[in-house]
Design a protein around this ligand. Structure first.
Ligand code: 5GP
Length: 207
């Protein structure tokens, strides 16, 4: 990673960020489905924690989590939005059950928004799937069945993005961070050392 500054996020840091965001998401977007972006990295973990905080205290009902997997190719400078789409490959998708999206309020969950390419691809491909399914319905039913999407990321890097998201897709970021490399606890092989580095950085920041 060269000279880029590393930031160590602990499980507790992430849990607390998600707890704080969940209240706002429950209030505003009210998702009834979570779509975790998976391979090659786990949006599963944040989605699972988020589900804990979105559980309806009365019905005790949990929100279902679906998973999609994406793999990215590096883009060259000057890449257009269309080309960006073709640089991402699906490694796992909803399969023929894309109808499960219909009529839902689906929150797409990922750990980090860096260049935004992954999120751009996920939203545009999911919307295409929805349009394909909606087209099979009678005209009068289409609007009600069109899935509402929103996005939640634990961390958003404040930097110039190479792709964007549709303006009508609500976007929630748990914490905005600089253009640094985030080390996640689920990637650590030595979690004690990971937590020690996180504590050391916190102590330095407050001294
Ligand atoms: P994107 O540029 O599409 O927003 O993300 C590109 C890829 O880089 C994703 O697989 C993402 O997880 C990974 N990535 C970007 N920034 C970080 C980071 O700071 N830490 C980790 N662990 N992965 C990152």
């Amino acid at each position: 990673m060269g000279d880029i500054e590393h930031v160590y996020a602990t499980y507790n840091d992430i849990h607390n960020i998600i707890a704080k965001s969940a209240a706002q998401i429950a209030d505003e977007f009210k998702p009834d489905m979570l779509i975790a972006i998976g391979a090659p990295r786990p949006g599963f973990f944040p989605a699972r924690v988020l589900r804990t905080f979105l559980k309806d205290p009365e019905s005790k009902r949990n929100i279902p989590i679906q998973a999609i997997g994406l793999s990215l190719y590096e883009s060259l400078p000057g890449t257009t939005q269309e080309q960006i789409g073709s640089e991402v490959i699906r490694t796992q998708w909803l399969g023929p059950e894309s109808q499960i999206l219909l009529g839902r309020r689906a929150l797409i969950v990922d750990e980090v928004d860096d260049s935004r390419k992954t999120l751009h691809y996920a939203v545009s491909e999911l919307q295409k799937d929805v349009e394909r399914e909606v087209a099979k319905l009678p005209d009068a039913e289409r609007e009600a069945k069109r899935t509402k999407f929103a996005v939640f990321v634990v961390h958003n890097k404040l930097k110039e993005k190479v792709a964007d998201l549709p303006a009508d897709v609500p976007y929630y970021s748990g914490a905005d961070v600089g253009d640094k490399w985030l080390n996640y606890p689920w990637e650590a092989t030595d979690i004690a050392e990971h937590d020690r580095l996180a504590a050391e950085a916190k102590a330095k920041a407050t001294s």
